[in-house]
Write a protein that binds this ligand. Structure first.
Ligand SMILES: [Ca+2]
Length: 344
């Protein structure tokens, strides 16, 4: 069951391997899982399949919808559960590596099972009463005693045997899934690490970009617009730092615009415009970026004629105090954000 793409189950571990590699590869856990792995082809697997089939048949027989019309089915279900228990014990003995004679009497199989590590685990998970009744039903009951026993005896032993055989099969199920569980955990760890690395890289890239670009000169500055539809935001929403939702909305003006007062003359090299994306982004095209030193007379600095989500308008550096974005025809104007940067 060795996977050629994975580290060997016998690969050395310890100080020679980095903690990160040990965390990601889980070589020790994988080796332990493989050592106790249980699957098709392993000794005891046919016994496990017989136990599973008998358990499912007993479950179907005792389920209300499957009850027989002329019998309560408990005697037949009890016999099937005895069989399921016997084969599950055989499977656990074989899986432990101990010698097994599957044709041995049930008492010998039970004794062999008590010599495995699984025995202590089962004893810790199954109530003593259930374990005792299950052992009694398996080792001391006979076909005749089951058939002739009273209904209360059968019901009590049926419930205990269901508990016992389910615990035995669960132990085998866990062994059969151990390697897969380690692989899933290993994949989850690798995926988590990858997400963290990407997040760190993206965060670093954004910080580097912010450093290279300098502060946003428009953030929090005084803004005015050709008009306002207050229910859709105010001009200040264009410089509030939120680039994801609509910041402001003018009326259907002849040439709608938004102007930002930077507070004092600033050298400007880039204006970044975040268009509204939830509706009607085409209204912001074409869009002009204009600069002014007195707030009255503006000069065209850039123009966008293609649709955009984020427009990074690179300008020949020039000094201005006011930055205005404008649509040169009758329209509404609504944007998420406008940012202004100095040259770096
Ligand atoms: Ca905004």
């Amino acid at each position: 069951m060795t996977d050629a793409t994975e580290p060997s189950a016998h690969a050395p571990s310890g100080p020679g391997r980095s903690p990160l590699r040990r965390f990601l590869c889980m070589e020790d856990a994988l080796a332990r899982a493989r050592a106790g792995a249980f699957g098709p082809g392993d000794a005891g697997w046919p016994h496990y399949e017989r136990a599973r089939a008998a358990r499912e048949a007993a479950g179907a027989l005792s389920a209300p919808v499957e009850r027989l019309e002329r019998s309560d089915g408990s005697a037949a279900a009890l016999s099937l559960l005895r069989e399921a228990t016997h084969w599950a014990l055989c499977a656990l003995v074989a899986q432990s590596g101990a010698p097994l004679d599957a044709s041995a009497p049930p008492a010998d199989v039970w004794s062999a099972f008590e010599g495995t590590s699984a025995s202590a685990e089962i004893a810790a998970t199954v109530a003593p009463g259930d374990l005792g009744r299950g052992r009694h039903a398996l080792l001391e009951a006979t076909f005749q005693s089951i058939a002739e026993g009273d209904a209360a005896w059968r019901a009590a032993h049926l419930a205990s045997l269901f508990t016992l055989v389910d615990a035995l099969l669960s132990r085998l199920d866990d062994a059969s899934r151990a390697v897969a569980r380690v692989r899933v955990t290993r994949f989850a760890r690798a995926a988590t690490l990858l997400v963290l690395v990407v997040a760190v890289l993206v965060g670093s890239a954004l910080r580097v970009r912010a450093y290279l670009r300098g502060p946003n000169l428009a953030l929090g500055r005084v803004t005015t617009a050709s008009s306002e539809l207050a229910q859709w935001g105010t001009p200040g929403g264009a410089v509030d730092g939120n680039t994801d939702t609509m910041g402001f909305h003018t009326d259907n003006d002849a040439t709608p615009w938004l102007a930002i007062d930077l507070g004092s003359p600033k050298l400007i090299a880039e204006v970044v415009v975040y268009n509204r994306t939830d509706s009607s982004p085409e209204r912001a095209v074409p869009l002009l970026v204009e600069l002014s030193s007195d707030g009255a007379s503006y000069e065209l600095a850039a123009r966008r004629d293609e649709p955009f989500v984020v427009w990074r308008a690179k300008l020949a550096p020039r000094t201005a105090r006011w930055v205005r974005v404008k649509v040169p025809h009758k329209s509404y104007l609504h944007l998420n954000e406008v940012e202004v940067y100095a040259p770096r």
